[in-house]
Design a protein around this ligand. Sequence first.
Ligand code: VGL
Ligand code: ZN
Length: 195
Amino acid sequence: MSIEYEEGTALLVVDVQNDFSDPKGGLYVQGGEEVVPVINREIGRARASGAPIAYTKDWHPPETPHFAKYGGKWPQHCVRETWGAELHPDLEVAGEVVHKATGDEDGYSGFSVEHLPTGERRDTGLERILRARGVHTVVIAGLATDYCVKETALDAVDKGFDTIVLTDAVRAVEVEHGDGDRALEAIARAGVKLV
Ligand code: VGL
Ligand code: ZN
């Protein structure tokens, strides 16, 4: 089944950056490069319908409590203005790019992140961009299924968007085997449509 990009439907491309999608990346997601042609086809379909497309980029400072070295969970990845933080070179870019986790922040949603020192929830600006375009339905693709795709989808439902995840256009980190499938089950239970 493929998506009809009717009025009010947007495509959201989550974190298709070198560190996640290139086997040489700092936090390579198995099969991450395989989503690029799938997403490009979807971008083509969205563009043909005049649908808005938005991209997120994980955009960390070199030192952040998100990284294991500074108390967090992850190896270094997506440090702002480095090769690893660039979008995959084959990905077609045809819309606004939203940067997230740009400071001392943790969290995975494209809509908001948590500023660790204060516990404050910080908005990335993505919702405003979508609302300004009259968006009520978001179609989500990208990396990684069990982190940023999952949290972005849950946040989108929370904010009242009809939310669809394209299961052949996502891949999982799988810190634990099965995390990808569990993430898809969790978002389906929350009301996200899997296509
Ligand atoms: C992500 C782990 C750490 C993601 C970001 O984009 O899914 N995962 N930072
Ligand atoms: Zn990150």
